[in-house]
Design a protein around this ligand. Structure first.
Ligand code: NAD
Length: 330
């Protein structure tokens, strides 16, 4: 049976979710679009409403995609779960770690499936490096680097009142932009235990949050990580992940596997899928496939509330370290 979706929040990313659902016509259908801005709700080409309550009360909606400003995610996800819906939550899970337990408890009560979007886990390059680590091909993982050197002009921050606010964006270059690469670092290196960080706002005005941050992370395995995230690197370079181990290393640059070397493969450079920005929705499609499969098969999706919550926890701990000037234990 096709899963019937409502999308809540029909802005930039809501449109991508509609495209992902449309790409899976045998398995998913967009029934309803919800946005207080009528033209945005209408633009998705389904039935539309401005009322979340009305959407959640409809028995012909099986699942809800939460695509609203970040600080509203947990409340909407909990309301959807209480209405008996399965839920796809855009990243980040929310902007405070307290949201993680709230969503997890609502999920447990409802017995429904929840995934947090982290579409780059589905890039072929990410999958290949993750598998290599799991298979022990890189030996003991010693370190990782997540670096997002992007540019966002002032017009970007001015394009929505919620952008660049603590309440609704939850942070800046780290919470909004770099969280994808941080999630990959944490997924690959495992349980993070301690962070120490600095941040600054250096090239934008009128925002409350950082446009540049650096952090060190210590992992339970002993591995060490570096996080660098900025929206102040004109004209905007790449999002890059490096993973290094005692027997091998890999580099993913703008979603492409640009270096892979271990005992079997000596330093081969290759270009994987995903280097085209238009491929964005393709990996959203893969995450929808995983979510639909999880519901159908009664298994966990790849990115659970716990997984999304762990990455959110790293970003929140980084902000706490910046505020306190001290290392923070997770
Ligand atoms: N996975 C990704 O690559 C990716 C990319 C962009 C954005 N995002 C995430 O998606 C979320 C939205 O970002 P965006 O760029 O689409 O923002 P946006 O401002 O373009 O769209 C947000 C939409 O939500 C609507 N909205 C606000 N409150 C609402 C409510 N209570 N009920 C229904 N609709 C409501 C707004 O009217 C707006 O149309 C953010 O959390 C962001 O971090 C993820």
């Amino acid at each position: 049976m096709s899963m019937r979706f409502a999308i809540i929040g029909c802005g930039v990313i809501g449109v991508q979710h509609a495209a992902a659902i449309a790409a899976l016509p045998d398995r998913a259908t967009l029934v309803l679009a919800v946005d207080p801005v009528v033209e945005r709700a209408r633009a998705l080409g389904a039935e539309w409403t401005t009322s979340v309550e009305e959407a959640l009360a409809r028995p012909d909606i099986d699942a809800v995609a939460v695509c609203t400003p970040s600080g509203t995610h947990a409340d909407l996800a909990v309301a959807a779960l209480e209405a008996g819906k399965h839920v796809v939550i855009e990243k980040p899970l929310d902007v405070n770690v307290s949201a993680v337990a709230r969503v997890a408890a609502a999920q447990k009560r409802a017995g429904r499936t929840v995934t947090v979007i982290s579409q780059h886990r589905f890039d072929p390059s990410s999958q290949a490096v993750y598998r290599a680590i799991q298979d022990g091909r890189f030996g003991r993982i010693t370190s990782g680097v997540a670096s997002v050197a992007w540019w966002r002009g002032q017009d970007y921050y001015d394009s929505g009142a919620w952008r660049g606010t603590w309440e609704l964006d939850g942070g800046g270059a780290l919470m909004n932009q770099s969280i994808h690469t941080i999630d990959l670092l944490v997924w690959m290196l495992g349980e993070p235990v301690e962070v120490f960080a600095w941040s600054a706002c250096l090239a934008h005005t009128g925002i409350e949050v950082e446009d540049t941050a650096v952090a060190n992370v210590r992992f339970a395995s002993g591995a060490l990580g570096v996080i660098h995230g900025t929206t102040a690197a004109y004209p905007g370079l790449s999002a890059r992940l490096q993973v290094h181990g005692s027997l091998g290393s890999a580099v993913i640059d703008n979603d492409a596997l640009t270096y892979f070397g271990d005992a079997e493969v000596a330093g081969r450079s290759s270009v994987g899928a995903g280097s085209d920005p238009a491929a964005l929705s393709d990996v959203h499609i893969e995450q929808y496939r995983d979510f639909l499969g999880a519901v159908e098969e009664g298994r966990e999706p790849l990115v659970t509330v716990g997984e999304g919550g762990r990455t959110l926890g790293v970003v929140c701990a980084i902000y706490e370290s910046v505020r306190s000037g001290r290392p923070v234990l997770l």
